[in-house]
Every structure is written in structure tokens, then in C-alpha cells.
Design a binder for this molecule. Structure first.
Ligand code: FAD
Length: 473
């Protein structure tokens, strides 16, 4: 690593990326490709050299928006084709009432059979970090934790390693890609008119595992995201390349606390997930459940995403969301793509690019935060309802007949590049249209019933009269 003087005036065309997670490392590639001098500062050590990585989720789902960003950098094939497990729909595991073990497959896209990909978070991050190193103008600085930032001079203070030594660095542009608890955003919050809101949902998540079968195969149909919707809680499973499944249990912290003994845990699984219990295995379940604490889930909205022409936040730093639409990383990757488009459009003039980015991105980021919240309700509860499955069928049928006019919500979010706010508006429009059609249908039915009653009564009154009329001789 090259030696820096303690303080350094920002070099023109220098970019400092704070955070070397998924979005930070991708963002580094985009700026490097444009020829900027990029310094990436990451709090953790280099995950490619560590055996165990602290942090979240083993795998996540990659969809069209994320793929589009990877494609522009020539990274899509290596990641998706070679390391993703294709998922073509949800497989709903119904509760005991509907017949324990009853399954319903709900395809994501019944027309074009498009899919999303389950992919290892660690592998993805490793590939992206390695991709940054292909550019000679990128320098990676691990074990650098941003502790302070002065926006006037774009001076950043990093705590280095464990010795608590501090260094100062600067850059003409600082990109905050330091996740939901962003230190860059924390500094932005001190400015007047900065809008910020956060919400922890009352539910947390805990990861379990279904191992491969004895002959090394998937224990369940692997082309699906498996869901066990149970009303106020749910469990999902995503396949891994090694034929195991990462199982995530989402429920309230109170429910987690209540399962505090082996018996309570096994009774609970026996009652609600009887088909999953033998696949996980009781011993493994007990070990994994009691050795991990459930993690919280947060949703964050803020505005704007930039400071002047020198600081910007992307990914979870700008818009952390609950994970139920599988869009957090995808939206973060799309941030990088949109930023790159604006750099092209405004000839890399940050004074124009950054405000425009805040302007166009904020409404879409807030829309996906809301949609992600809604999808939790859909996945854990609505999936149980016949009326909901019927609506899905209606949406799919209309999509088959008029694919340009009727794009179901999930398809627009997952398989198109339409703004998330457009997807939300489109859904409202569809709901309204269905309500209107149902309303008209209801009125017609009512009219038919009223007419029927009227003619029936009329016929009854008329008939006795006719009986008493003596026919003329
Ligand atoms: P992060 O991944 O949080 O990376 C931030 C990086 O910054 C980290 O490496 C961190 O060490 C570093 N950092 C933090 N503070 C500092 C500092 N002060 N100085 C220097 N470095 C710092 N998204 C999907 O698209 N699909 C899914 O299926 C999906 N599933 C999910 C499931 C769960 C349970 C959860 C919780 C999230 C899921 N997500 C999913 C969301 C996804 O994980 C995030 O949106 C994504 O990780 C955001 O990437 P990021 O780089 O912005 O932030």
C-alpha cells in the first residue's frame, strides 16, 4: 500500500469510496472504468483472506436491475451463469389446516419464465473486490474505519487496524457505501433540511440450514424460493450451489424469546414446519437456533443523497430496506448504474450529476422501501389466502393477454428497469381498475337480481288475478 502524507489536498478526479461491501466495490469499478483515481476504504479485513466473515445472510437473490449493472462491467456471466442457482417461482408450504405438506408453486413469470438467482453473498463480494483490482487506478485499504468527515475540505479521518492509530485522507468525491449505519450519512444528518427516518420492524431473522441429501442432492425442488407463510411469521429457504439451503426464520423478537427450551423449539417446528423439521434435522436445528441470536431489520429513508458536488451516498447508506422484496442489493447496484448514466449525460460534472441523482433516485428508493415492507405482509400472510392466489392468477392471465398494458407488480419490480415508483403507481392503477370492474360487475349482478325478484313477484300477483278472470264465452 503506498504511503500517504498525513494530510493531503484532494487530487482532481480522485474518488474515495467508504465501504467495500457489495455496493462499494461495484461503485469502485464504475469510477475506475471512467479513469478516476479510486481509493476504497473498508472497515473489515479483506474477506478474501479470512475464513469466517462476520455479517449478514449467506445468500441473496440477484435480479434484473443488479444484473444490468454487472453486465455493464462485464461481470454478469461469471457471477450469474456460473455461480447462481436459478429460481423460477415461490413454492408455498401450506400450514396444517390446508393439509400439512401441501405445496403450491407460484411462478414468477408465467409468460417468459424469467428467473432470479440465488447467489452467495460472500462469493459476490469477493468477485467484486477482485474486479476492482483489475483496474490499476484502484487502491484497496482494508481495516480502515471512517470515524469523521469534514465536508468543507472533504477530509476523512480513518481509524486504522486495531492500534487505534488515525490517518487523514481526502478526495474530490466521497462516495458513502458504508451500509445501513453509514458514518458518512451520520455526518450529513447534521446539515439543516436533511430528512431522515428509520424504522425497526418488530420482527427479526435467524438463519438455519438444510444440508444436501445423503447422495449430495437438493432436499427440495431447487428452482424455487420456498416459503412457509404462517400469518404473523414465516420461514423461507434459498438454495446454495453446494445443494444446501439457507433457511431464514422471520418472526417477532417476542416469539424468538418464547422458544427458549429445546422442547419449545421442537414443538414449534413440529407444529408449524413439520415437513422442514426432518430436512433440517433436530440436532442441527437445536445447535443452530441456540447458537445464534436473531438479527434486527431496519428500513431507512433519507433525502438528499448528496452534499454539494463532493459527497454522495449509495446502497444501504441511502436506502436500507427490509429484505422481503430481495431488492436491497439490486437497488444499490442500480444506484451505481444510474450514477454512471448521469456521469455520461453531464460529462462527469459532479455539480450537476449529484443533485440530479438525489432528485431522480429518492422517489424510487422510497417506493422500494415501501414495497419491501408490503411484501412481508404478502409473503407471510397473503400467500395463505385463496383470494390472493386468485388475484395472482388473474394478474398473470391478463399479463398473458395484454403483456404491454398489464405488468404484474412482482414482474415490474424484479424483471424490468422501470422506476420503482412507477411500479408502485402501476399497481395502484391495476387495483383501481380491478375494483372498478368488480364494481360494475357487482352492479350488473345486483340489477339482474332486482329484476328477477321484480318479475317473480309480478308473476305471483298476476297469476291469481288470471285465475279469477272468467274467460269470455
Ligand atoms: P453493506 O453490504 O452493509 O456494506 C457496507 C460495507 O461498509 C461493509 O463492508 C462494512 O464493513 C463497511 N463499513 C461500514 N461502516 C464503515 C466505516 N465507518 N468505514 C469503512 N467501512 C465501513 N438484497 C437483495 O438484493 N437480494 C436479497 O435477496 C437480499 N436478501 C437479504 C436478506 C437479509 C436477511 C438482509 C438483512 C438483507 C438482504 N438484502 C438483499 C439486502 C442487501 O444485503 C443489502 O442491500 C446490501 O448488502 C447493501 O450493500 P451495501 O454495500 O450498500 O451495504
Amino acid at each position: 500500500m503506498p504511503a500517504f502524507p498525513a494530510r493531503l489536498a484532494p487530487q482532481p478526479r480522485s474518488v474515495a469510496i467508504v465501504g467495500g461491501g457489495l455496493v462499494g466495490s461495484l461503485s469502485a469499478c464504475f469510477f475506475a472504468k471512467r479513469g478516476f483515481q479510486v481509493d476504497l476504504y473498508e472497515y473489515r479485513e479483506d474477506i478474501r483472506r479470512t475464513e469466517h466473515v462476520r455479517g449478514r445472510t449467506i445468500n441473496l437473490t440477484l435480479s434484473a436491475r443488479g444484473q444490468a449493472a454487472l453486465r455493464r462491467l462485464g461481470l454478469e456471466r461469471a457471477l450469474v451463469a456460473e455461480h447462481g442457482v436459478a429460481l423460477r417461482g415461490r413454492m408455498v408450504h401450506h400450514a396444517a389446516g390446508a393439509g400439512a405438506g401441501a405445496l403450491t408453486a407460484v411462478p414468477y413469470d408465467p409468460v417468459d419464465n424469467q428467473c432470479i438467482y440465488s447467489i452467495s453473498r460472500r462469493y459476490l463480494n469477493e468477485v467484486l473486490l477482485t474486479a476492482t483490482e483489475k483496474y490499476p487506478n484502484v487502491r484497496l485499504h482494508f481495516r480502515h474505519k471512517l470515524v469523521a468527515i469534514n465536508f468543507k475540505e472533504n477530509q476523512m479521518t480513518f481509524q486504522v487496524g486495531e492500534e487505534n492509530s488515525q490517518v487523514q485522507r481526502s478526495a474530490s468525491l466521497v462516495v458513502g457505501a458504508d451500509g445501513a449505519f453509514s458514518a458518512v450519512r451520520r455526518q450529513m444528518m447534521k446539515a439543516p433540511l436533511f430528512q431522515y427516518s428509520q424504522r425497526y420492524i418488530e420482527h427479526g431473522y435467524l438463519e438455519l440450514c438444510i444440508p444436501p441429501t445423503a447422495d449430495g442432492k437438493f432436499a427440495m425442488a431447487e428452482q424455487y424460493l420456498h416459503v412457509w407463510p404462517r400469518g404473523s411469521f414465516m420461514m423461507i429457504a434459498l438454495p446454495n450451489q453446494d445443494c444446501s439451503w439457507t433457511v431464514t426464520l422471520f418472526m417477532s423478537f417476542k416469539q424468538f424469546e418464547a422458544l427458549d427450551t429445546t422442547k419449545a423449539l421442537l414443538d414449534f417446528f413440529g407444529q408449524h414446519f413439520p415437513d422442514a423439521l426432518p430436512l433440517i434435522g433436530t440436532e442441527r436445528l437445536i445447535k443452530d437456533y441456540f447458537s445464534t441470536k436473531p438479527s434486527p431489520l431496519i428500513s431507512i429513508k433519507c433525502n438528499p443523497y448528496h452534499v454539494g458536488s463532493s459527497v454522495i451516498i449509495v446502497g444501504d447508506a441511502a436506502h436500507a430496506m427490509v429484505p422481503f422484496y430481495g431488492q436491497g442489493m439490486n437497488a444499490g447496484f442500480e444506484d451505481c448504474l444510474i450514477l454512471d448514466n448521469l456521469m455520461q449525460q453531464y460529462n462527469e460534472d459532479f455539480s450537476k450529476v449529484l443533485p440530479k441523482y438525489s432528485e431522480i433516485r429518492n422517489k424510487d428508493a422510497e417506493a422500494i422501501c415501501d414495497l419491501a415492507m408490503y411484501n412481508y405482509y404478502e409473503m407471510r400472510d397473503l400467500m395463505n389466502h385463496k383470494s390472493f392466489l386468485l388475484r395472482k392468477k388473474l394478474d398473470n392471465a391478463l399479463y398473458q393477454i395484454i403483456p404491454k398494458l398489464w405488468i404484474p407488480l412482482y414482474i415490474s419490480v424484479t424483471f424490468t428497469s422501470e422506476g420503482y415508483s412507477w411500479c408502485l403507481k402501476n399497481k395502484y392503477w391495476q387495483d383501481k381498475a380491478i375494483r372498478a370492474v368488480l364494481g360494475v360487475f357487482g352492479m350488473i349482478m345486483l340489477l339482474v337480481v332486482v329484476l328477477f325478484i321484480f318479475f317473480f313477484i309480478h308473476a305471483i300477483i298476476e297469476t291469481p288475478c288470471k285465475l279469477f278472470i272468467v274467460p269470455e264465452l
